[in-house]
Design a protein around this ligand. Structure first.
Ligand SMILES: Cc1cc2nc3c(=O)[nH]c(=O)nc-3n(C[C@H](O)[C@H](O)[C@H](O)COP(=O)(O)O)c2cc1C
Length: 172
């Protein structure tokens, strides 16, 4: 390293805290995954594990903690919608990251074609059919086939960096 910055030595695969710290350098956006199963109330969960996978066919993924209270719902869901959050969505993100509170009550939502709710103000929506679920350690990889998407032409995303929300600096 030529910058003179200190490097934290790795503590091996079982050093979870350091592993998380290292992962935290990979800055991400923040999304809310919404779904509705049958006549049950719709739910949403905040994630930063969203990623594109394939352009043709259009596939995306996100990872769900097996300990999440929402696991049972996402195991039964046939569809989900990825809502990409804007910088004004910090409260929404924090609320849907709280244990035991995944209700969308009071939020500005509309029903998508798949029946899943969509956050009206999101920068982009990806309505997905569940393509696959892959067991992966303490998470389940949820793969979705995008059946419909839309996006705004202008807006600023909410970012997640080293365990905290961030926003893009103004464009000079
Ligand atoms: C910025 C951010 C990103 C998150 N990313 C994920 C994720 O990718 N996968 C996941 O399962 N949980 C993720 N979480 C935690 C979930 O939001 C989860 O709802 C929270 O741990 C509450 O637990 P519960 O799902 O058991 O109610 C994230 C939380 C925050 C604040």
């Amino acid at each position: 390293m030529t910058t003179g910055e200190k490097t934290v030595e790795t503590g091996g695969e079982h050093d979870v805290r350091k592993f998380r710290n290292a992962l935290g350098w990979f800055t991400t956006g923040v999304a809310v995954i919404t779904t509705r199963v049958g006549g049950e109330a719709p739910i949403g969960i905040t994630v930063n594990s969203f990623s594109s996978v394939s352009l043709d066919p259009p596939l995306v993924l996100w990872c769900l903690d097996k300990k999440s209270d929402t696991l049972d719902v996402f195991e039964r869901a046939t569809h989900f919608t990825v809502n990409v959050l804007r910088e004004e969505h910090q409260d929404v993100s924090s609320r849907l990251a709280r244990k035991g509170d995944h209700s969308l009550a009071g939020m500005d939502v509309r029903e998508g074609e798949s029946g899943c709710p969509a956050l009206v103000q999101a920068l982009a929506h990806f309505e997905c059919e569940v393509e696959a679920r892959h067991d992966a350690g303490d998470h389940v990889i949820m793969v979705g086939r995008v059946v419909k998407f839309d996006y705004v032409e202008e807006g600023r995303p909410l970012l997640y960096h080293r365990g905290a929300y961030q926003i893009l600096p103004p464009v000079i």
